[in-house]
Design a binder for this molecule. Structure first.
Ligand code: HEM
Length: 207
C-alpha cells in the first residue's frame, strides 16, 4: 500500500473516530449519570476544553513533523483544525442555547461587558475565518502566500483561547496555565525556526 492510500484509507478514518471520541465520552457520561450536579456548566466547560485541545493538536503537527521527519503528518492538520472549530461551535451552541436560552440581549451584554467572553469571541471568529478558507478552492482563490499569512492567525486564536480560559477561572489555577504553557512551547518552536532561518539568510547575503 502506498503512503497516500495508507493515510486516506486507514489513518484518516482512525483519526476521525478518535476526534469524535470526546462526543462518545460525553454520551457515556450522560448515560452513566456523570454530568455532575450542574450538567450545563459541565457540558460547556467540557466542550470548551476540547476545542482548545484540538487547536493545540493542530499546532503540534509542525513540531512533530520536524521531530519525526514524517511529512505525511501535515495531511492531518486541516482535519484537526476543523475539529477544533466543530467543538467551538458546540461550545458556543451550549452557551447560547442552554446557558443563555437564546436571550440575544443578554448574550450581547455578555460579549461587550465580560472581557473573557469578548476574548473567546475573538478566538471563535478567527477559527470561523480559518475553517471557511480551509478548502483547496479557497487557497487557489486567495493565493498561497496570502492564505499562509491568514492562517498564521491560528497563533492568535490559540493565545486568545488560553487567555479566555485563564480569565474565566478565578485566581491562578494550574489547568489554564498548563494549556498556556503548551501553546507557548508550540509557538516558541516556530519562533526559534524563524530566527534560525533569518540568521541563515543574512549569513548567505553577507557571503
Ligand atoms: C463566542 C465565543 C465563546 C463564548 C461565548 C464562550 C463562552 C464560555 C463560557 C460562558 C465559559 C464558562 C462556563 C462557566 O462559567 O462555567 C467558557 C469556558 C471555556 N471556554 Fe469558551 N467561549 C467562547 C469561545 C471559546 C473558544 C474559541 C475556545 C477555545 C478555542 C474556548 C474555550 C473555553 C475553555 C477552555 C473554557 C474553560 C473550560 C473549563 O473551565 O474547564 N471558548 N466559555
Amino acid at each position: 500500500m502506498t503512503q497516500d492510500k495508507l493515510i486516506r484509507r486507514v489513518l484518516k478514518p482512525v483519526v476521525w473516530v478518535l476526534c469524535l471520541g470526546p462526543l462518545g465520552g460525553l454520551a457515556w457520561l450522560a448515560y452513566s449519570g456523570g454530568l455532575t450536579a450542574n450538567p450545563i456548566e459541565f457540558l460547556n466547560r467540557y466542550l470548551g476544553e476540547w476545542a482548545l485541545k484540538f487547536v493545540i493538536f493542530a499546532l503540534a503537527i509542525t513540531p512533530l513533523r520536524g521531530l519525526t521527519g514524517w511529512a505525511g503528518l501535515t495531511r492531518f492538520r486541516r482535519l484537526l483544525g476543523l475539529f477544533a472549530f466543530f467543538y467551538v461551535v458546540l461550545h458556543l451552541s451550549s452557551y447560547v442555547g442552554l446557558d443563555q436560552y437564546f436571550d440575544w440581549n443578554a448574550i450581547w451584554l455578555d460579549i461587550t461587558k465580560r472581557t473573557y467572553i469578548t476574548v473567546g469571541m475573538v478566538a471563535a471568529v478567527i477559527l470561523l475565518a480559518l475553517a471557511v478558507t480551509s478548502t483547496k478552492g479557497m487557497i487557489k482563490r486567495i493565493g498561497g502566500k496570502n492564505w499562509n499569512r491568514l492562517h498564521k492567525l491560528v497563533y492568535l486564536a490559540a493565545a486568545a483561547g488560553c487567555l479566555h480560559f485563564f480569565m474565566m477561572r478565578k485566581g491562578v489555577q494550574l489547568e489554564p496555565l498548563m494549556y498556556g504553557g503548551a501553546v507557548l512551547l508550540l509557538l516558541g518552536y516556530r519562533l526559534v525556526g524563524y530566527l534560525k532561518k533569518r540568521r541563515r539568510k543574512s549569513r548567505l547575503a553577507v557571503a
